[in-house]
Design a protein around this ligand. Structure first.
Ligand code: AMP
Ligand code: GLY
Length: 429
């Protein structure tokens, strides 16, 4: 099977690795853009920054399957383009991906299809936003409605802070051109990433995962693309999870994923890929903060390690509309991913940091390159999140030790990593 994977971050490294290690049949994997670090993934040329030039080179039926990792190509309709060339695509078209690309649309959609979410107001411009804030209670979350690399949601503790955030969005254009913003009620609670394989009206929930979004230990510092992940993680919590808690998760999946799929059907949207809900859990229930139209990063690095099954077959079948997929989940294992980042990330950070990989490491450890390239046999950083270290184990303490031993070896004075991934478990009383 000839597969094109679009994207070159840690998530795509994990997808490619899982396809290569789980496929029962021969696979030939092309990657665009390539991070040059994955043996066996063939760079698809031209390796330009311009996706439209790359797309022009693809002829009808050139691939048996395309897997689109990141949000931008999904939102810009690359799925539709490739389907137009009779290539089965894992990932929704532009209409389906709007659930991620337009937070205003997503909030209206949730209201329309009875999906619990924070109360909100959509504002079109700075003045309208400020006027709304004059009578508002704080704290609030204020979010640029369009794509913002996961950094467009900011908490406002006061009217003045709210004004500053609106200024960043509409006047300073910190997140590029944004037509509107969502201002929503602040919801306390713990966060869970709920991901599901989706085909039209059918879905399979993956185990719940927790993404550590803040840069530093104890959830301090600025928001990042994600510094680590532990799965499974019911309600953000404890390994000895009760059956009732698992049932709750399934029940909320019926609402959060199930209602969304009914909504897509009513809106005439064909959705095949991953639907991912960022969920807050508190005493009042589960609330969707956002939907993503793709695999999460770094959730995917952890979650795929918990799956036993042929990933290329699963993705292909979903892409062609056959939901007769089979896989099993390692229910007695935890999967942990910790990210090595460049010092200064997510603000200003250096590139070309020389990363020295260990000659050998335990068999059940995966190193997933992200902002990393290989040049003349040397690994050099190209981005803020450089790589992730992932492993699985039934024993959480052994798991943490294994992952952190590797990170201690690979890291250097120009890099950093969070040392508390998975530690939510230690704190629960
Ligand atoms: P979003 O881009 O909407 O997922 O928001 C990014 C992060 O901001 C989330 O993962 C939460 O940690 C936080 N967040 C967003 N909206 C809210 C909210 N209404 N209440 C509490 N935290 C929020
Ligand atoms: N883990 C957050 C994201 O993928 O958006």
């Amino acid at each position: 099977m000839k597969i094109l994977v679009i994207g070159n971050g840690g998530r795509e490294s994990a997808i490619i690795d899982k396809i290569m290690t789980s496929s029962r049949f021969g696979v030939e994997i092309y990657q665009w853009p390539s991070n040059t670090c994955l043996p066996g993934a063939i760079p698809f040329y031209p390796q330009t920054d311009d996706i439209s030039i790359m797309l022009e080179r693809i002829r009808p039926r050139d691939f048996d399957l395309a897997v689109i990792g990141p949000e931008s190509p999904l939102v810009f309709g690359v799925g539709d383009h490739l389907r137009g060339k009779e290539i089965p695509v894992f990932g929704p078209g532009g209409l389906g991906a709007k659930i991620e690309g337009d937070k205003g649309y997503a909030k209206d959609f949730m209201r329309k299809y009875d999906i619990p979410t924070a109360d909100f107001e959509i504002v079109f411009g700075y003045e309208e936003g400020v006027k709304y804030l004059e009578d508002a209670f704080f704290p609030k979350y204020i979010k640029a409605a369009g794509l913002a690399l996961g950094k467009g949601a900011v908490k406002a503790e006061s009217y003045d802070e709210g004004k500053r955030i609106l200024r960043d969005i509409f006047i300073e254009k910190k997140y590029g051109h944004q037509e509107k913003a969502v201002i929503e009620e602040y919801l306390p609670g713990t966060e869970v990433s709920m991901l599901a394989f989706v085909m039209d009206e059918s879905y399979f929930l993956l185990p719940p995962a927790r993404d550590y979004k803040k840069a530093f230990d104890n959830d301090e510092g600025p928001n990042t693309g994600g510094m680590g992940c532990i799965a499974p993680c019911y309600a953000g919590g404890f390994p000895d999870v009760s059956e009732a808690e698992k049932d709750d998760y399934k029940k909320w999946g019926n609402v959060i994923i199930g209602n969304a799929l009914k909504g897509f059907k009513k809106e005439g949207i064909i959705y095949r890929g991953i639907l991912y809900a960022g969920v807050i859990v508190n005493d009042a229930g589960y609330f969707v903060l956002e939907y993503n139209a793709r695999f999460g990063d770094p959730e995917t690095q952890s979650l795929l390690q918990l799956i036993d099954g042929d990933l290329s077959e699963i993705l292909y079948k979903i892409a062609v509309g056959d939901f007769n997929i089979s896989y099993s989940v390692k229910r007695d294992h935890y999967a942990l991913t910790a990210i090595l980042a460049a010092r200064g990330y997510p603000e200003k950070y250096g590139r070309n940091i020389h990363i020295i990989m260990p000659d050998t490491f335990p068999e059940n450890v995966k190193i997933f390159p992200a902002g990393l390239r290989k040049e003349n046999g040397k690994y050099l950083s190209t981005g803020g999140r450089i790589l992730g270290v992932t492993s699985i184990d039934p024993d959480l303490t052994a798991l943490k030790k294994r992952v952190y031993d590797i990170l201690e070896t690979i890291s250097n004075e120009k890099t950093f990593f969070r040392k508390d991934i998975g530690s939510v478990y230690d704190k629960k009383t």
